[in-house]
Design a protein around this ligand. Structure first.
Ligand code: BDR
Ligand code: CA
Length: 320
């Protein structure tokens, strides 16, 4: 099985991504690292524990990481948590039973460094959150790149952002970390930006089918994605009636169904000082682009492939 480490700021779509990865026999989830983002670190960590307990996987370790951005301590600050499109979060805690498990006392950075320094098989990193943990690891020991099979990042946007017209949340929340990761020289970096995830929509009908599975993962996914659909239906900025993207789950689906996205090579850089553009991923997609590509960027995605995979994987697993 392919060794993976998920880096999350568990929110509703991270939760679906975690359940999908844990349910796929093709993947060996070595651990989950958490970071600030959709909610403060203590909550993204607690939410991650709730998800893993809910699907009967307390064996997967949860390793807390950075509690704030690398540079802007006060950034993004409270204003982000009150942002109307955070309606899916209903605050900071996911609607799942309290966690019985505790986080590991090995921090995210220590876990990543130890795992990448000792593994005999290359590991795939799947960061679907602000990138402070990954940036810190490569800052401490750039050689760990050699142990990384592929980095599959949910983040960035070319056409339009979701926090501002320019910027997508994961990159906007810690632009310097994102700039460091895109500049770290990873051999294989796949970027799944909003341009792709906004095409991979899950509908209310899909949620009804997931709920009808009667499994913990199916029921939880139905509830969490329905919250996303309600938020996007009522949302401003990026409004989508009666369907929603499940951004982070697209990255996990790609690991076993690469056809869920269509990619092209591009050079991706991050704006860290713009007034209107801080956190923008600047992608060189010009016909005769001069920049050396540092990522395979997804500009297309198929929600039907994602929906099918969720239903197949969540149909099994402990019932009730
Ligand atoms: C990203 O931000 C968060 O809201 C989601 O979990 C996803 O990782 C989308 O912009
Ligand atoms: Ca996320």
């Amino acid at each position: 099985a392919r060794k993976v480490i998920l880096d999350v700021d568990t929110g509703t779509d991270d939760a679906v991504a975690i359940m999908l990865a844990a349910g796929l026999p093709e993947l060996d989830v070595l651990g989950v690292t958490t970071v600030h983002g959709n909610a403060p670190l203590v909550h993204t960590t607690d939410n991650t524990l709730r998800v893993l307990d809910r699907i009967g996987r307390p064996d997967i370790g949860v390793h807390p990481g950075l509690s704030r951005p690398l540079v802007r301590p006060g950034f993004p600050g409270q204003k982000h948590f009150e942002r109307d499109s955070r309606r899916d979060m209903h605050g900071t805690t996911l609607p799942l039973p309290e966690a019985r498990s505790a986080p590991s006392d090995v921090s995210a950075v220590e876990f990543l460094l130890h795992t990448l320094r000792t593994t005999t098989e290359r590991v795939t990193l799947v960061p679907v959150a602000p990138l402070g943990n990954i940036a810190t690891v490569v800052a401490i020991d750039p050689s760990v790149r050699d142990a990384v099979e592929e980095v599959v990042i949910m983040g960035g946007a070319h056409a339009y952002g979701n926090v501002t017209p320019s910027a997508e949340f994961n990159v906007w929340a810690d632009p310097e970390a994102a700039a460091a990761v895109f500049g770290a020289g990873f051999e294989r970096l796949t970027l799944v930006p909003l341009d792709a995830t906004h095409q991979a929509l899950i509908t209310r009908e899909d949620c009804a089918e997931l709920d009808a599975l009667g499994t913990p993962a199916g029921t939880a996914a139905a509830k969490l994605i329905t919250r996303r659909i309600d938020a996007y239906t009522a949302g401003s900025g990026v409004a989508i009636p009666d369907a929603a993207p499940v951004h982070d789950a697209v990255c996990v689906a790609y690991l076993v169904r690469p056809e869920v996205i269509t990619t092209r090579p591009a050079r991706v850089e991050v704006e860290t000082s713009g007034e209107l553009t801080v956190g923008r991923t600047v992608m060189d997609v010009r016909p005769n682009a001069t920049g050396t590509p540092n990522a395979n960027v997804a500009f297309g995605a198929d929600g039907r492939i994602l929906a099918r995979l969720l239903k197949d994987v969540f149909a099994t697993g402990p019932c009730g």
